[in-house]
Write a protein that binds this ligand. Structure first.
Ligand code: DGP
Length: 115
């Protein structure tokens, strides 16, 4: 099983600014925010990256992650203006922490293409 900084956050061994927790998911503010709202939404189970996901097996979990993102966007008042959900995968995808996470970014105009 992969041990990452996020495993320690899940086990509450290191602090994080947690904004929502369910039985299966933890959401906390990114330590290096790239927008006024920047939250990481992670499953509590160890899945290193997007390419480890299997639609049939993880559909429920992914749905829960989207539900959490949409709920937080409403609570944080970025729902009307819009927001961006990002899943970086592997080195070229810009992934630094190998525990699956969805970035919820909002509160400013996003650019395209991404860097
Ligand atoms: P990615 O590049 O997609 O793997 O994004 C990893 C994000 O995790 C990055 O935006 C910074 C954030 N991060 C790394 N370490 C910590 C930490 O210890 N606490 C918090 N809150 N965020 C972290």
């Amino acid at each position: 099983m992969g041990e990452t900084i996020f495993s320690k956050i899940i086990r509450k061994e290191i602090p994080a600014d947690v904004v929502l927790e369910t039985d299966t998911i933890l959401a906390f503010r990114d330590i290096n925010p790239q927008a006024p709202v920047h939250v990481l939404i992670i499953p509590k189970i160890d899945i290193p990256k997007v390419s480890d996901l299997k639609g049939c097996e993880h559909a429920q979990l992914l749905g829960e992650m989207i539900d959490v993102a949409n709920k937080l966007a409403k609570e944080m008042n970025i729902s009307e203006e819009g927001y961006r959900l990002v899943l970086n995968c592997g080195p070229n995808g810009g992934q630094e922490v190998y525990h699956l996470h969805m970035h919820l970014l909002g509160g400013r105009q996003m650019k395209w293409p991404p860097g």
